[in-house]
Ligand binder design. Structure first.
Ligand code: MTE
Length: 309
């Protein structure tokens, strides 16, 4: 467990080179883009001020920005890792609204710019462990999802939360193929969604999210495999029953609803015991709940995690 109460150096101070590279990347994008795309590209690189959340500081080495933004899973654009960075320029992130509805007393549509100001923006350095056995350490910018859910007043019937990503094959060329059932849908149990580690994310490395990382707003649930963290969210529904997620629909024996990072339960086609940190040569052991057991193991007391994988 690497989480400490000590202050850590803000990512923005220890990664000037990476930030410089990202800016250069966006400038190149902007220079090559048509007038219409220009505004988007510049916007994606805009600064997003935040306060470092010291309670969640990690001492792990940060994953280079280049890997974070050029090695992605975003099937709405492409199933390769390099594709999303090349193709996501067509995603229009303004105007954008997120509708929060279902088992709530006050359903509401939030404009993205209002959502950005809903709660104090925090910088949190989290591990993200992909089900494909690679991982990253990323300085995310956002705030707990609980801040948003509080606003709509979930009813006592609200036991699950569903996240729905954008569906628009015009903007998302990968959706022209039936790789997954679109729109991308994910879900959490309400207590997982309300946990202070579960974040609504708007940026990384000091700036607004690049499109390929899920702009303008996504989830990050660090103790679960990366696929639970839906990108480019347009709808959040509170439900009585667990939602059927896109991955469960695609492969129910491979992708469970819980998807907690668990080195003791292998994926049917590969081991989950180890992972490769992007940028590293050697693999490292995978930690239960991705290293966040101290904070979240209590959510699963009494559950058989080999059955509820
Ligand atoms: N969200 C949507 N809408 N579509 C996707 O294909 N891929 C998931 C998750 N969220 C995905 C998604 C997977 S498998 C991972 S590992 C993470 O996003 C990757 O996030 P990153 O590209 O920011 O590292």
């Amino acid at each position: 467990m690497k989480i400490s109460g000590k202050s850590v150096i803000p990512a923005s101070e220890i990664t000037p080179r990476a930030l410089f590279e990202q800016r250069r990347h966006f400038m190149q994008l902007a220079l090559g883009a048509s007038a219409g795309l220009l505004a988007e590209s510049v916007f994606a690189g805009e600064k997003l001020p935040a306060t470092l959340s010291e309670a969640y500081g990690l001492t792990d080495k940060l994953t280079p920005l280049k890997d974070v933004t050029q090695y992605n899973n975003f099937y709405e654009f492409d199933t390769s890792k390099e594709g999303p960075a090349k193709l996501a320029g067509s995603l229009k992130t303004r105007p954008w609204t997120v509708s929060v509805e279902g088992e709530v007393r006050k359903p509401k549509q939030f404009d993205i710019d209002a959502l950005l100001k809903l709660a104090p923006m925090q910088e949190r350095i989290y591990r993200l462990r992909c089900v494909e056995a690679w991982s990253m350490v990323i300085p995310w910018l956002g705030y707990p999802l609980a801040e948003l859910l509080k606003q709509v007043e979930p009813t006592s019937e609200a036991r699950f939360v569903e996240f729905v990503s954008l569906a628009d094959p015009e903007q998302m060329p990968g959706q022209r193929k039936p790789v997954l059932e679109w729109p991308y849908r994910e879900g959490l149990r309400i207590d997982e969604a309300m946990h202070p580690l579960a974040l609504l994310i708007f940026g990384l490395y000091g700036e607004m999210l690049p499109n390929q990382n899920g702009a303008p707003v996504r989830m990050v649930v660090p103790w679960k495999y990366g696929f639970k963290s839906a990108k480019s969210i347009v709808k959040i529904r509170l439900l009585k029953q667990p939602p059927v997620t896109s991955w469960m629909q695609a492969g129910p024996s491979e992708y469970g609803f819980y998807a907690n990072v668990n080195p003791a339960v292998d994926h049917p086609r590969w081991s989950q015991a180890k992972e490769r940190r992007l940028g590293d040569f050697l693999k490292r052991p995978t930690l239960p709940f991705n290293g966040y057991a101290e904070q979240v193991a209590g959510l699963y007391v009494g559950m058989d995690l080999t059955k509820n994988f």
